[in-house]
Design a protein around this ligand. Structure first.
Ligand code: MN
Length: 301
């Protein structure tokens, strides 16, 4: 049995590509199942309901198991016992991380907007059947990761994949489909500050120190107006408890591509010079991977 596992604090791509990847392996005649490393966010719940697909079961450990990694290749984002698993495959669209393997592995790492775009091309290469549920999972993940094609991470391959998948998924009105998805993506009603920070938090080891950067995608920054103090307090708490050099949170208005950065930790002073009236605004910043984190790396270096 091969377990297909996405990263910690799973986003929609991490869940959908695990589900789709398990089906790809099954189409090859292998035994496989998707697993998840955390609870589903509201957007992912919306996607699975649309697709009529059950959520993957919770990952309870991978020691001694054969695994595929989807949507990451960093040890820090994998299961805690990943060192004792056999990594058989990687499908990812991030920079190459620090996993190493004993045996040769199958690795598909493309600079595209979404892991599911690579999955779609693998299905085509292998002439594996793409059912309607699989098409809904893949096109939703692509539209989520590329924020409806608006992200600078989006490529022609992502657009081509959605065009073909929308036909299989029988989606007539793509704009309405995207709108519903983005409403679910930006729904933060009732979530606590700690839940919001945790939602899409990623570890970025830097200069031998631990750094975490989260991101909340919003329809308007006003959604978090009353929560700034609580969010900053939660970032500070994480620095204190985990010895982080920095904990940052991107508050991103996906309609205007404007990001407000909250940050706490030892490296505060370096970032303070870019703030005005205590607010660090990043214009034209939608993507953590292509814009937010690269800028932070340059500034912190
Ligand atoms: Mn992804």
């Amino acid at each position: 049995m091969i377990q297909v596992v996405g990263h910690k604090n799973p986003d929609s791509d991490s869940i959908c590509s695990a589900l789709v990847g398990a089906e790809l392996l099954k189409a090859r005649g292998l035994e496989a199942k998707a697993v998840r490393q955390g609870e589903l966010n509201r957007e992912t719940q919306h996607i699975l309901a649309q697709a009529g697909v059950e959520q993957p079961e919770m990952c309870t450990g991978v020691a001694g198991e054969k695994i595929w990694l989807v949507d990451y290749s960093d040890l820090a984002q994998g299961p805690d016992d990943i060192a004792d698993a056999e990594i058989m495959g990687i499908v990812d669209h991030h920079r190459l991380g620090d996993v190493t393997t004993v045996n040769p592995l199958e690795a598909w790492i493309w600079p595209v907007g979404c892991t599911c775009t690579i999955m779609f091309n693998l299905f085509k290469m292998e002439n594996a059947e793409i059912t309607r549920p699989l098409a809904v999972l893949m096109m939703s993940a692509i539209l989520s990761d590329t924020v409806g094609f608006a992200s600078p991470t989006c490529t022609q391959k992502d657009k081509d994949a959605v065009a073909e998948l929308a036909v299989i998924a029988d989606v007539q009105d793509l704009d309405a489909f995207i709108k519903d998805l983005l409403i679910a993506k930006t729904d933060i009603e009732g979530l606590s500050a700690a839940q919001l920070v945790e939602k899409d938090l990623k570890a970025y080891p830097f200069n031998n120190r631990d750094v975490v950067v989260g991101q909340i995608e919003l329809a308007t920054l006003e959604q978090v107006d009353g929560m700034i103090d609580a969010l900053e307090a939660d970032l500070q708490r994480r620095c204190d408890e985990e010895g982080l050099a920095m904990a940052a949170l991107m508050l991103t208005d996906i309609t205007t591509s404007t990001t407000r950065l909250l940050y706490k930790g030892e490296w505060n002073a370096t970032l303070d010079q870019y703030a005005e009236n205590g607010m660090l605004m990043m214009q034209d910043t939608l993507s953590r991977k292509k814009q937010g984190w690269p800028w932070l790396q340059t500034v912190l270096a």
